[in-house]
Write a new protein. Structure first.
Length: 568
């Protein structure tokens, strides 16, 4: 298409029947008050979708509308446009057409953007229409800071040299803190981790290099490898940020600090551990700007969701959520608390650390060094007349027994436990030394969960399971294995070549029915296992994982990775 002409967006949407005169008038009044863009007001007010606006512009300008979620993007081509201009004009280079470049713009009527892009790219351009949210997401994924991080690491290596230095100056403790090499390096690492949705940053000194890895969707990815020489400076700076003892390198330490990045407040939990070649550091990133999930948005099967809601709304009892570290247990409990929280209930949480902030709750951070333990805080919490108590984890017999007694005396207690599945949870409590009668009378429900990776929509392709995968599927599908369709992500720019984007939950539930309670009171593990399996009716983690495979949400490989194997 030729150089675009200015279009009055409101008139265009009215002309195409997407907006009414009254809606336009109210939006114009709002624009005068707030100064926001008119298109954003239309979307935020619910008058028209972002995609609806883009398609209307595409029709008017006779330009193609491109859905960037499924478009085969080329990273090298995109990066021909500097990131600053890409963000300023909400633009992305899509295709090289020989004599011209096809460029996606969220506002194709912006004449300044058209002229500036043609100047920066040194070629003629043809316009396509894309949505603003999709182009920003594409920019975030594409303009990786791997090279910048490597460059900053080299700069820090150069600063250190081979002779002793004054670490106070190097670490930015004097003037010009923001210009210290280690500060710039860590700032960039944190920004990149947040951009890539990393849950953890691993800083690992090796014999000849320092490796930095990000955990994204539960899987570790190498971000950069730098000279091992900078490991001490990085470790020292992180210790200072988190208030740890910088002179102690022989013992593990734990701490936390808060950073502000890209308009987000991020709570960082840090753990240091001495290794052969230096201190290994792992940081868990908790974005406080991320809203709490709701129970009905967590992919919990309806039959489980209904029973879970009924259980947590009871006046007393205990509900346990189990699974390994990083399986989303705390997220599920807080989603439940989000529904229970109200002015008519007193809610106290005892956690290590406090991972979510929820208005109206009384949240307590456990501090082992000053003997502020789970059991001590829990005893005190019960004297505060609570209705609902959340215990971060049932770590020992004492904490478990206090929680169980609270559940038996009129309190609703929510907590987590590290077990492989729902069925083994009551047995684990008994192994911890909790009396049979206490488990039987207080425990209402056990929810076991895992997280599976979601197949990337942009590169999902038909997949034929391997013989091993077919046998695993046959445990649930029997002779219906070949009647199903399977997919797997082949890897693209949208998912950084992994084939997956995001995670979702897999669940199983054990309810403490009369039969299960009676079996719990007996000193016969086999009788309990039989009663529990009968109650669950085969609705295991494996079955729920297969459900997601059939629905095209995850791959057979990832479902097998997280689900437990059960004897039939």
């Amino acid at each position: 298409m030729a150089r675009p002409e200015k279009i009055r967006l409101g008139d265009l949407l009215i002309q195409q029947g997407l907006l009414t005169d009254e809606q336009l008038k109210m939006s114009l009044d709002e624009q005068k008050r707030s100064g926001r863009k008119l298109g954003r007001i239309f979307v935020d007010s619910g008058y028209v979708t972002e995609e609806g606006i883009s398609k209307a512009l595409a029709r008017q300008l006779q330009a193609p509308f491109i859905d960037l979620r499924t478009y085969p993007l080329n990273n090298e081509l995109i990066q021909r446009l500097p990131e600053a201009q890409a963000r300023r004009f909400r633009a992305v280079v899509l295709e090289d057409r020989g004599g011209a470049l096809l460029v996606g713009l969220s506002d194709p009527t912006d004449l300044v953007a058209y002229d500036e892009l043609a100047r920066v790219l040194h070629t003629d351009i043809e316009l396509a229409v894309v949505t603003e949210s999709q182009v920003l997401a594409t920019i975030d994924r594409t303009y990786r800071k791997t090279e910048e991080i490597a460059g900053l690491a080299k700069e820090l290596t150069s600063e250190l040299g081979d002779v002793p230095v004054e670490f106070g100056e190097l670490l930015g403790l004097s003037t010009g803190q923001e210009d210290a090499p280690v500060v710039k390096l860590l700032q960039t690492v944190f920004e990149e981790a947040l951009r890539l949705r990393a849950s953890d940053i691993h800083v690992e000194p090796q014999e000849k290099n320092l490796r930095i890895r990000f955990r994204i969707d539960g899987v570790l990815h190498v971000q950069t490898e730098a000279d091992q020489k900078i490991a001490g400076a990085v470790s020292l700076r992180l210790k200072l940020m988190s208030g740890l003892d910088i002179s102690e390198k022989r013992l593990p330490q734990d701490g936390r600090f808060v950073i502000h990045l890209r308009n987000a407040k991020v709570d960082v939990r840090i753990s240091t551990m001495p290794t052969q070649f230096g201190e290994s550091i792992v940081m868990r990133l908790l974005n406080q700007n991320t809203g709490l999930l709701r129970l009905d948005s967590m992919n919990i099967p309806k039959r489980i969701l209904d029973r879970l809601r009924e259980a947590v709304h009871r006046p007393s009892g205990m509900v346990l959520v189990t699974g390994p570290t990083g399986s989303g247990k705390t997220t599920t409990l807080y989603a439940a608390l989000n529904e229970l929280n109200g002015t008519d209930k007193k809610v106290i949480t005892v956690e290590d650390p406090v991972e979510y902030r929820l208005p109206g709750l009384n949240q307590v951070q456990v501090h082992e060094k000053i003997d502020l333990t789970f059991s001590r805080v829990l005893r005190t919490a019960l004297r505060q007349d609570p209705d609902i108590v959340l215990v971060g984890e049932m770590r020992d017999q004492e904490t478990a027994e206090i929680g169980m007694r609270a559940a038996m005396t009129g309190h609703m207690v929510l907590s987590t436990l590290h077990t492989n599945d729902a069925l083994s949870t009551p047995i684990r409590l008994l192994d911890m030394g909790v009396p049979h009668y206490m488990v039987a009378l207080s425990l209402q429900m056990v929810l076991a969960q895992r997280l599976v990776r979601v197949v990337c929509e942009s590169c999902a392709a038909p997949y034929t399971p391997t013989p091993n995968e077919r046998e695993w599927l046959r445990l649930e599908l029997h002779d219906r294995v070949d009647a199903q369709k399977y997919i797997k992500g082949v890897g693209c720019t949208h998912c950084n070549g992994t084939g997956y984007q995001g995670r979702t939950g897999v669940y199983e539930m054990l309810e403490m029915t009369n039969e299960v309670v009676q079996a719990t009171n007996q000193d016969d593990p086999n009788a309990f296992v039989q009663a529990a399996r009968k109650q669950m009716g085969g609705n295991t983690l494996r079955r729920d994982a297969v459900r997601l495979v059939i629905a095209g949400r995850t791959s057979v490989e990832d479902a097998m990775r997280i689900s437990s194997q059960y004897e039939e």
